[in-house]
Design a protein around this ligand. Structure first.
Ligand code: TZP
Ligand code: MG
Length: 206
């Protein structure tokens, strides 16, 4: 199941006048099947409480809930998986913690990182960063569509491209070979997360 992947950011949602549970509910109602709880500024308590709420919402809609960085939180809330970056807990350790049936996503920022991850026991790659974005500060160099294309041709694993993707460029990203697209602000920061999700899903289904 590929397609559209919503990555959360409470601050972006709040700036648009939304709570995160509202954004996730609306996106799920519009058909999103992948949601990642990614919150960098919350205490562990608040992170877990939010995770419990989001798990209820995603489960009710048959969507997957993946937790960014925190295998402990993923286990605590019985999430569907964990997403890790290159500097987080090694994916091999995540696998031994969460077991063979859960999902692991790994961020890939270059062709070299992809080659280093060859044969890795993970379920998908997040390919970052495609376009300039205001959502994440510490982004490494931009891949652009050509960099994305080079990476996607060298793996058979599911790939979600991320970084600056919105309605106006989402079709180019899919044409470059990504199996799916992950977005923060295009949904969390949109006046209508429901309408935004509908539009993005429609654009990648054409
Ligand atoms: N990783 C690379 S870019 C990014 C993450 C989490 C943020 C993407 O946010 P947006 O608003 O979709 O550009
Ligand atoms: Mg991380």
């Amino acid at each position: 199941m590929s397609g559209l992947y919503l990555v959360t950011d409470s601050e972006v949602a709040q700036a648009a006048g939304h709570t995160l549970p509202f954004v996730v509910e609306e996106a799920c109602r519009a058909g999103v099947k992948w949601v990642q709880l990614r919150e960098k500024a919350l205490s562990t308590r608040t992170f877990i409480a939010l995770g419990v709420k989001l798990k209820r919402i995603t489960q009710a809609h048959g969507a997957r809930l993946i937790v960014n960085d925190r295998a402990d939180v993923a286990l605590a809330i019985d999430a569907d998986g964990v997403h890790v970056g290159q500097d987080d807990i090694p994916y091999q350790l995540v696998r031994s913690l969460i077991g063979p049936d859960k999902i692991i996503g790994l961020s890939i920022n270059s062709l070299i990182e992809l080659q280093a991850a060859a044969g890795a026991d993970v379920d998908y790659f997040g390919i970052a960063t495609i376009f300039p974005t205001g959502t994440k500060q510490d982004t490494s160099s931009l891949l652009g569509l050509e960099g994305l294309r080079q990476i996607c041709t060298q793996t058979n694993l599911l790939t979600f491209a991320i970084g600056g993707i919105k309605a106006s460029n989402i079709q180019d990203v899919i044409r470059a070979g990504a199996s799916g697209v992950a977005v923060v602000s295009a949904i969390c920061g949109h006046p209508s997360p429901y309408e935004a999700t509908r539009e993005l899903i429609q654009l990648i289904s054409i």
